[in-house]
Design a binder for this molecule. Sequence first.
Ligand code: ATP
Length: 252
Amino acid sequence: MTVLSVSDFSVTLQNRGVIHDVSFDIGPGEFVGLIGANGAGKTTLMRAILGLLPHGGLSSLAQLPQAARAGHAAWMPQMREIAWPITVQSVVMLGRIPHLGTLQKPGADDIRQIEAALARMDLTEMRHRPATQLSGGEQARVLIARALAQDTPLLLADEPIAGLDPAHQIATMQTFAALAQQGKSLLVSLHDLGLAARHCTRLILLGNGTMVGDGTPEEVLSPETLAQVFGITAWCQHTDQGFVYQPLDVIR
Ligand SMILES: Nc1ncnc2c1ncn2[C@@H]1O[C@H](COP(=O)(O)OP(=O)(O)OP(=O)(O)O)[C@@H](O)[C@H]1O
């Protein structure tokens, strides 16, 4: 079974080929980290997969009728400033809109999903505060909670843990891993290779707009690839606590 299928995918922006020759499938229970250097094309690829940018090739998500997409995939974009002074709880409740009919009020299942998302992102105590008065990292957690409340088979998130403190970064990655264990699928762009290695079931590595790696963290984060794509060295080891990976130096 496939939750997302992307094939022969390409994106051209202002006459410049930004994404080319990208093909992959994501199945249930996969937590896929999308990694690559600045400008590699991660944001462009995810936005085009969602159908937010014109593209060549196939994305099974972009092919869905627009109304069906929000029931299939939740999206957390990189720009995460909340503009309206509504409460944290109200922002999270917006995640339930795809499940409600016109003028239909949230029911017991909606409330349960909202409560679970607030608790998962450690927001229960600040639920009544205006979202605009929260810090940048707190606002990011609110938007992750909104995506979780949407309760879709697929979650796409663009650098969701950027700007979070270490405890909330780890907790968010653990939440994503737990969702994958429950059978959800996730495609999440990340710059923190240590957290990606530790929590993702699979990594897709982009270089200059195309796939240069796809496999387990151990397979993708090889010394050769790191040197070639990121220009860095790293220390990595299998430990009792899992695969530990620490970037060390820039290769000059
Ligand atoms: N609207 C646009 N028009 C032309 N080129 C663009 C446009 N948007 C992005 N690009 C270019 O596409 C390339 C990929 O950008 P993208 O934002 O997808 O990279 P990224 O991997 O997400 O980078 P980062 O890690 O810095 O967020 C970059 O070279 C960027 O300059």
